[in-house]
Design a protein. Structure first.
Ligand SMILES: [Zn+2]
Ligand SMILES: [Zn+2]
Length: 257
C-alpha cells in the first residue's frame, strides 16, 4: 500500500513535470507560431505588421526614456501620439515618458545605445499579450557615425533620438526650427521606419524608395533622407513634414490606416 502511494505520488510529480515542461517549452514548438516568444531584437521594420494591424496586438504602449536635460516637449509627445492614431489600427495608444540619469558618454554608437536599453527598458512585448511594446530613448549626446543625425531605429521596436543634435539644429540660427518641430519630426520619422517605411518591412505600392536606403524619393515627405539629419528644414518652413500619398498607400496596403 505504502509502495503504491509512493508510486502514485511519483507518477503525479512526473506527469506534472512533463506538463510544466511542455507548457514552458512552447517557444520551440514550430506548430504554434502565435505562442512563440516575441523577439525584440529583430531588424527595424520586421514587426511592421504588428504596428499597423490589430490582428495580433490591439494596443500599443511606448516607453520613452529621456536623459536628464533632454525632456521632450509635451507638443512633440502629443504629435507622435496623433501620428500613431492616424496610421495604426489600434484600440489604445499609450506613451509613457520618464527621466533616466544623464550619462555624459556621448557621442553614442548603436552598441552603446543597445546597452542603455538593456539597463533602462522596463517593458517588452509578451507572447499571448494584446499589447505591443516599443521603446524610445533620448540620449544626451550625438551619434558616433554622424553628428547631425537626429535619430535612429535600431531594433524592430526600438528607437533612439540624439538630444544634442536636436538642440544644435533647433538653436542654429534666427530662422531655425523650434525644438518641438525637430523632436516631432524625428519621432515620427523613426517610428515610420519601424512601420516598415520605405520598402523595408512594408512593401512599396509604387516606385518611391531611394537607392540603397529605406527612404522616400519625395524631398518633402516625412520619410525623405534629409529628415534624418534635419536638412529637411531647409526645404520646408513652419510645420512638421507629413507622409506623402505614396507612403500612406504603402501603410494602408499593409494593414495600417
Ligand atoms: Zn530615416
Ligand atoms: Zn514618402
Amino acid at each position: 500500500m505504502k509502495l503504491f502511494r509512493r508510486l502514485s505520488l511519483f507518477i503525479l510529480c512526473f506527469s506534472l513535470a512533463v506538463f510544466i515542461n511542455s507548457c514552458s517549452d512552447s517557444s520551440t514548438d514550430p506548430g504554434d507560431p502565435a505562442r512563440e516568444e516575441f523577439n525584440s531584437k529583430a531588424a527595424p521594420g520586421e514587426s511592421a505588421e504588428y504596428f499597423l494591424q490589430s490582428d495580433s496586438y490591439g494596443n500599443i504602449e511606448i516607453e520613452m526614456d529621456y536623459m536628464e536635460g533632454h525632456k521632450p516637449t509635451t507638443e512633440a509627445v502629443n504629435s507622435l501620439e496623433s501620428f500613431l492614431s492616424d496610421r495604426l489600427n489600434k484600440n489604445n495608444i499609450t506613451i509613457n515618458t520618464s527621466e533616466i540619469p544623464a550619462r555624459g558618454d556621448g557621442p553614442y554608437s548603436t552598441d552603446m545605445i543597445t546597452t542603455i536599453e538593456e539597463d533602462e527598458r522596463d517593458n517588452y512585448t509578451e507572447a499571448g499579450s494584446n499589447t505591443l511594446h516599443a521603446y524610445i530613448v533620448i540620449v544626451d549626446g550625438e551619434y558616433t557615425q554622424n553628428s547631425n543625425v537626429l535619430g535612429i531605429a535600431y531594433w524592430n521596436t526600438s528607437m533612439a533620438l540624439f538630444g544634442e543634435a536636436i538642440d544644435n539644429i533647433s538653436s542654429s540660427g534666427p530662422i531655425s526650427p523650434n525644438e518641438q518641430q525637430v523632436e516631432s519630426t524625428a519621432l515620427r520619422h523613426e517610428v515610420g521606419h519601424n512601420m516598415g517605411l520605405v520598402g523595408n518591412g512594408t512593401p512599396t505600392q509604387s516606385d518611391h524608395k531611394t537607392e540603397g536606403s529605406a527612404h522616400c524619393t519625395n524631398d518633402e515627405c516625412l520619410m525623405a533622407p534629409s529628415v534624418r539629419t534635419g536638412d529637411i528644414f531647409q526645404n520646408i518652413s513652419g510645420d512638421v513634414p507629413s507622409l506623402d500619398e505614396a507612403c500612406i498607400q504603402d501603410l494602408q496596403a499593409n494593414g495600417g490606416k
